[in-house]
Structures are given as structure tokens and as C-alpha cells.
Design a binder for this molecule. Structure first.
Ligand SMILES: Cc1cc2nc3c(=O)[nH]c(=O)nc-3n(C[C@H](O)[C@H](O)[C@H](O)COP(=O)(O)OP(=O)(O)OC[C@H]3O[C@@H](n4cnc5c(N)ncnc54)[C@H](O)[C@@H]3O)c2cc1C
Length: 382
């Protein structure tokens, strides 16, 4: 991608985009079915072919995320969560661990979860209380993680825990924890405002003993791994936000042409036209940021700044556009029989998970005010 120019999609990327839209229209919107995604190979998008995945580039992944977000972002979140759980494994795990745990996801349609957040440690993960204590050739994990996407259904978890309690974020390490081990329990399934198709649960680890080889990367380097993971997943979250916003825009545009008040379609009233125009601009601008943030990853560049721009802007856009879509629908927008209230409820989470909009602004401010002099080397696999 030339700086500032939108990328030209390849034929393959266009095919992937069309396939995802077709599935979103046919399966996701009416029935929200994960099995359909697995059958077409849309689970585990970025898992390389050597581990049985499709090994898609990040831009293709974003095209898919957008279309799934257009259909049902709850399903999109469940799908994307496999990418979130596998990214640290791809970045830092041993080849044996990669083969075993990525293989589990590609051989069968299974889900994995990313366990970072705790009841007292959300935006500030340095306050986490989960611990991993080395015992011979094992680590013993104790603690509770909350708001874990796919938590009730996951086959395995990527778990962040303190290996040095006194060292703040420099004392965090990451581990793979199989669900079947003794001491892993699903404590609570959350009842949510939106994205109700996705599972969100609290998971406890009580004296869970894992082989030392399940440590991902180096001890006490888990925070960096988490940040590198989020750089890789934020374009996809942002793409899903674009999908939500685009769905709201399309519904509002079509409704405005049909609904007649004061003897003309409401689209003839300038106040409605301007809302529709602003929706269109915001969707377009968000999509360009998303594509740019994905292309930078595909080019092996550090994309922290642009992925935070994309996540912040696309999430806020999804919220604004869905609220405006409800306004265009008038009272019908508030009624569940019509599609836009769901989109408005779903949009809210985009400003909260994988770093709130405030945290994205903190990242953007840091990158803008104190840019790094030395480029971080591009990460290996993901
Ligand atoms: C449906 C759902 C799914 C999720 N899935 C996962 C998952 O799979 N894995 C996982 O690990 N986590 C997951 N999360 C957790 C999510 O990432 C956190 O909720 C999020 O990071 C915010 O943390 P918090 O809820 O503790 O809010 P807090 O950190 O307590 O923030 C509260 C408010 O304060 C603001 N704030 C905090 N610090 C600052 C600051 N320094 N400057 C300015 N404002 C600040 C925040 O922006 C927010 O508005 C999920 C959450 C939900 C609701």
C-alpha cells in the first residue's frame, strides 16, 4: 500500500469478501450459526497452513470480519476470539505447543479463549492477581478471569498470570491451559446488553498444574506479548465495527427512501439526508483506517498507532451511526421487530473490549507525543 492510498484488493481477497458476505446474508444474520463458519474454513483465519489453518493475510481477515459484523457481530466476536487466543501462541509458543493447540482448532470446529481481564484488573492489567508458580517441570496456576469470550465453550485458554508478584506488568507471563485439566471451572455466564450470540464467562483456575513447556515465550514477558497480540487483533475488531456501522447505514438509507411523512419519503428532508451523508462518510473513513492498519501488519510493520486509530474511530463510528440509524427509523427504531436497535446494542461493546476508546486515545497520544525511535522488529508468524 502506498502511504495514504487505499489498497487494491486482489482477486482472492475479493472472493473471500464475497464468500463472507454470502454466509453473513444466508447463515449468520438469520440463524447465527458457528458451524457454518467452521465448514467453510472461516474459523482460525490467520493460523498458518503448516498448522492446518487457511493462513490468510490480515487484510483478508478484516474483509471477513466486516461482513460477519454486518450479519451478527456476536458471531463475529466468537470467531475473532480464536484469533485473539492463538495470536500469542503464534508469536511465542514452542513448535510442539503450536502443533498441538493450533491443531486442535483446525482439526475440529473448536473455540479457544484469551484470558487477560480480571475483576480488579481491566484497563490496568498490571493489577492482576492470578499467579503461576513454578514447581519442578510444571507451573501451578491460581486465579479468576472475567468477561472471557467463548469461556464456557473453549477447548483451551491463553492465560496471563503473575510469575513475579512484585514486578507489576513486568511480572506477567502467558500460558496455554487446556480446559480438560482439573481445577478449571466456568463460574458464571454473563447476561449482556448486546452481542448476545457470543458467550462471555468467568473462569477460575484452582491449583491447575500445566507442563512448564506451556509457557508462551519467556517468563515475565507476557505483557509485551499481550500488547503485540492486540496490535494484531485490533484491525479485526475495528473491521467488525465497520460491519455494524455499514449495516446500520444500509438499513437507514433504505428505510429513508421508503418511509413517507409530510407527503414525501423522509429521505427528501435535508435533516435526514445529512444524517445519511455523515453515516456514509464515517463508514468509509473507518474502513480505510482498518484496511491501512491491516496492510501495515501484512507488510510486517509495527502498526500500534494506526491500529489504535482504526479501533477507536471505527468503534465510536459504530456507536454514532447505529444511534443515528435508530433516529432515522423514528419510533420503529426502538422496536425489536426492526433491525437497528440490535445494531445499537451490539455497537456499544466495540468501545469497551480490546482496549476502551479512552485507552486507545492513551495509546494514540503516547505514539504521537513520544514516537519510538527504533522500529520494533516485525513479529514472526502472526
Ligand atoms: C462482552 C465482553 C467480552 C470481553 N472479552 C474479553 C476476553 O475475551 N478476554 C479478556 O481478557 N477480556 C475480555 N473483556 C474485558 C474487556 O477487555 C474489559 O472490560 C476492558 O478492557 C475494560 O476493563 P474494565 O471493564 O475493567 O473497565 P475499567 O478498566 O475499570 O475502566 C472503566 C472506565 O474507566 C476508563 N479508564 C480506565 N483507565 C483509564 C485511564 N488511564 N484513562 C482514562 N480512562 C480510563 C475506561 O475507559 C472505562 O471507561 C470483555 C469484556 C466484555 C464486556
Amino acid at each position: 500500500m502506498i502511504d495514504g492510498m487505499p489498497p487494491q484488493l486482489t482477486d482472492t481477497q475479493r472472493e473471500v469478501q464475497a464468500l463472507a458476505r454470502e454466509i453473513a446474508e444466508r447463515e449468520v444474520a438469520p440463524r447465527a450459526a458457528i458451524a457454518a463458519l467452521a465448514e467453510t474454513g472461516l474459523l482460525g483465519l490467520t493460523i498458518p497452513e503448516e498448522y492446518g489453518g487457511p493462513g490468510l493475510d490480515y487484510l483478508s481477515g478484516c474483509l471477513i470480519e466486516e461482513e460477519l459484523g454486518w450479519g451478527c457481530s456476536g458471531i463475529g466476536t466468537s470467531l475473532m476470539c480464536n484469533g485473539l487466543a492463538t495470536a500469542p501462541v503464534l508469536l511465542g509458543a514452542s513448535d510442539e505447543v503450536k502443533k498441538e493447540f493450533l491443531g486442535r482448532l483446525t482439526e475440529e470446529p473448536k473455540l479457544a479463549s484469551f484470558c487477560l481481564t480480571e475483576p480488579d484488573a481491566g484497563s490496568d492489567v498490571s493489577g492482576m492477581r492470578t499467579t503461576a508458580v513454578k514447581k519442578g517441570d510444571s507451573y501451578v496456576i491460581n486465579g479468576t478471569k472475567c468477561f472471557i469470550t467463548n469461556g464456557s465453550h473453549a477447548d483451551w485458554y491463553t492465560v496471563y498470570a503473575k510469575t513475579d508478584k512484585e514486578a507489576g506488568h513486568r511480572g506477567i507471563s502467558a500460558f496455554v491451559v487446556p480446559r480438560e485439566l482439573d481445577g478449571v471451572t466456568v463460574d458464571k455466564k454473563e447476561d449482556k446488553l448486546g452481542q448476545r450470540a457470543s458467550d462471555t464467562a468467568m473462569i477460575s483456575f484452582s491449583d491447575v498444574e500445566i507442563p512448564a513447556g506451556y509457557l508462551i515465550g519467556e517468563e515475565n514477558k507476557g505483557f509485551k506479548l499481550a500488547m503485540m497480540t492486540l496490535d494484531r487483533t485490533r484491525p479485526g475488531v475495528a473491521a467488525m465495527a465497520v460491519g455494524i456501522a455499514n449495516a446500520a447505514f444500509e438499513f437507514a438509507r433504505d428505510y429513508a427512501k421508503e418511509r413517507v411523512q409530510f407527503g414525501v419519503p423522509i429521505a427528501m428532508h435535508q435533516a435526514i439526508q445529512f444524517m445519511i451523508a455523515d453515516m456514509a462518510t464515517k463508514v468509509e473513513a473507518s474502513r480505510l483506517l482498518v484496511w491501512k492498519s491491516a496492510v501495515e501488519l501484512d507488510q510486517g510493520k509495527r502498526n500500534t498507532l494506526i491500529s489504535s486509530h482504526a479501533k477507536r474511530f471505527a468503534a465510536d463510528t459504530a456507536m454514532e451511526v447505529t444511534v443515528d440509524a435508530v433516529q432515522v427509523y423514528g419510533g420503529y427504531g426502538f422496536i425489536k421487530e426492526y433491525p437497528v436497535e440490535k445494531l445499537m446494542r451490539d455497537a456499544k461493546i466495540m468501545q469497551l473490549y480490546e482496549g476502551t476508546s479512552q485507552i486507545q486515545r492513551l495509546v494514540i497520544a503516547r505514539e504521537v507525543l513520544m514516537p519510538r525511535r527504533v522500529e520494533e522488529p516485525a513479529a514472526a508468524a502472526a
